[in-house]
Design a protein around this ligand. Structure first.
Ligand SMILES: [Fe+2]
Length: 255
């Protein structure tokens, strides 16, 4: 089983298309949420994501842009883009976003594997520290391999008792399409973020995604990817939509 893991696409069509082009062969996609928000192609990205199929976990921006929660938790530029998205989204996409399931999701045949947006404890939680990770490892139903998004940081936490350890992919190249494969061990537990497709925040502007490969009886591996994309075109759409300039400039900075 090969699962393509996408998260935090955030209405960035150029980044999504680049990831799909760069992706290796896969059986199915699991999307960890925040399909929309921030960037300027919400309808195009919803259409593409829906056509791709697979499982989609709801993100906090999906919830807000679909009108299921208010914008009081959002900073100014996030709130402005959410309001713009609400008025721009086609009705059918709004309805689709409204019915997305909140995590944790699981998949038949993948025992102990969970898919969430923020963390097992909540779709709005930022999983950034070892103490938080420890609480999330303990949260029922206690997954051994938990895929999350929301932080826009590629990497996560490894736990084999004691204190969870943070890790990030050890890419050897800094340019072009790159990948780093991490074998999973049966004695360890993992919280893993494939990174953000459409608004990376780990000082690398390239679009991020991951592939989870597993066979029955083996823990498998996760391969992390970064791919260049047409960032200027994504920025031009943000500016043409009169969204805050910062949402365009941050794309080229990766933060
Ligand atoms: Fe996000």
């Amino acid at each position: 089983m090969r699962l393509l893991l996408l998260s935090d696409i955030h209405a960035n069509l150029e980044a999504l298309e680049a990831c799909l082009q760069a992706a290796p062969e896969y059986d199915e996609i699991v999307n960890l949420g925040d399909v929309v928000g921030y960037n300027a192609s919400p309808n195009e990205v919803c259409s593409r994501v829906r056509a791709l199929g697979g499982a989609v976990v709801r993100g906090n921006h999906d919830r807000a842009c679909a009108g299921l929660s208010d914008l009081s938790e959002f900073n100014l530029s996030a709130a402005m883009s959410a309001r713009w998205t609400q008025t721009t989204l086609d009705h059918e996409h709004t309805e689709w976003l409204r019915q997305l399931p909140q995590g944790p999701l699981s998949k038949p045949g993948l025992l102990g594997v969970q898919f969430v947006h923020g963390s097992p404890r909540g779709e709005d939680e930022y999983l950034l520290s070892a103490p938080t990770a420890l609480l999330d490892f303990d949260e029922p139903p206690r997954g051994d391999l938990i895929f999350f998004g929301h932080t826009h940081l590629q990497g996560g936490f490894v736990y084999n008792g004691g204190r969870p350890n943070y890790f990030a992919p050890q890419f050897e190249e800094t340019k072009g399409l790159i990948q780093w494969r991490m074998p999973l061990l049966a004695r360890e537990r993992y919280l893993i973020n494939p990174g953000s497709v459409g608004q990376p925040r780990d000082n690398d502007w390239r679009a991020a995604f991951a592939l989870y490969e597993t066979e029955i009886g083996f823990p498998g591996s996760v391969t992390f990817y970064r791919t260049p994309y047409d960032v200027q075109s994504a920025q031009a759409r943000v500016l043409a939509a009169n969204l805050p300039e910062r949402l365009a400039t941050r794309l080229a900075l990766g933060r």
